[in-house]
Design a protein around this ligand. Structure first.
Ligand code: 9Z3
Length: 312
């Protein structure tokens, strides 16, 4: 845990840390008064800057699909959601038209913008099931977005959000689906300026401190905490998920393999380290949110049940 404290001492907080904190604190106050449970969802990958005046960075594969889809299902279950996400990754609701170019929807004539009829029909088919929930969420202000890019921003914001959620204890649910880099370059090992291309590139990476232990033991010791474990080798997956539960003493690990993450996950629970494998092909429920079945629907339903049991 000392390494975690050192991390916060050695790095400067993001410039907007106070406004982020104020926004989250107000969001938590408003929804806690109304008796809502609050889910804090972390989503997307983190960047690791190579230079202080950053031109280059190390990144990872995460698209943010898991987190964005899950946010919609938590909202549908009545949770207020803090969505801590990589700024360029998928966002709840917007993800349904992420591959569209809005300029293609419109025509322009006589100083008036018009939605093409064909586009309008197409959009209706696509968004009819999403829009009502989106409008409801906006009306209730039940989704609060906090964007980050680097691993530094991620940890600073996570700490502030945890502080804001600590008072609501068991009502808070952490769903840590972000793919956070395991390695980073310490500011003391980071060149100030753009590394020139004339010589070989040599970088020193340090282990990213394991903030999870701090989160479960100090930041939000009473919250319901779900983490994700990603592997590319099947035999490592469940043993590593179980090891994480032993180490961090939280409630649940969602274990997935890179290749099959869209169609299969295994939930490893703290009680007897029981495992439940969910496969998309066997999920029976058809989502009320969009026409396509999504694994996140089943994952979130199971987790909400477990959170209810935890609260009882
Ligand atoms: C996950 O395992 C998520 O399910 C994915 C989702 C990142 C695979 P996408 O964003 O993918 O929908 O494209 N997240 C956690 C990954 C992770 O780095 N976990 C750490 C580990 O495995 C523990 S915090 O060691």
């Amino acid at each position: 845990m000392e390494l975690c404290e050192e991390f916060f001492e050695a790095n400067s907080p993001p410039a907007d840390i106070q406004s982020i904190t104020d926004g989250v604190t107000e969001f938590v106050r408003e929804h806690h008064i109304n008796g809502r449970r609050i889910a804090m969802i972390a989503s997307g990958g983190t960047t690791v800057p190579v230079e202080r005046n950053t031109v280059r960075f190390l990144d990872n594969f995460s698209s943010g699909q898991r987190g964005a889809a899950s946010a919609e299902y938590f909202l549908a279950q009545g949770y207020a959601v803090i969505f801590l996400h990589r700024s360029s990754s998928l966002k709840p609701f917007q993800r349904h038209c992420a591959s569209d170019n809005p300029l293609d929807w419109l025509s322009y004539g006589g100083r008036k913008l018009q939605v093409d009829t064909a586009t309008s029909e197409n959009l209706e088919g696509k968004l009819a099931s999403v829009l009502p929930q989106y409008i409801e969420v906006k009306k209730n202000n039940s989704l609060h977005l906090v964007p980050f890019t680097s691993v530094f921003e991620y940890f600073f914001y996570l700490r502030q959000i945890s502080n804001a959620l600590k008072p609501i204890e068991k009502q808070a649910l952490f769903y840590l689906a972000a793919a956070v880099s395991d390695f980073y370059i310490k500011p003391s090992d980071m060149p100030q300026h753009k590394v020139q291309s004339s010589g070989e590139l040599q970088l020193k990476f340090s282990h990213t401190p394991k903030m999870l232990l701090l989160l479960t033991s100090k930041w939000v010791p009473k919250a319901f905490v779900v983490t994700f474990k990603l592997e590319t080798e099947e035999p490592l997956l469940i043993p590593h998920a179980k090891a994480a539960l032993d180490k961090y003493h939280h409630q649940l690990v969602v274990a997935n393999l890179l290749e099959t993450r869209r169609t299969s996950v295994t939930l490893v629970c703290v009680e007897n380290q029981e495992t439940v494998t969910m496969k998309l092909s066997t999920a029976t429920k058809v989502s009320g949110i969009c026409a396509v079945r999504e694994l996140e629907d089943s994952i979130v339903s199971e987790i909400v049940q477990k959170h209810s049991f935890f609260l009882a």
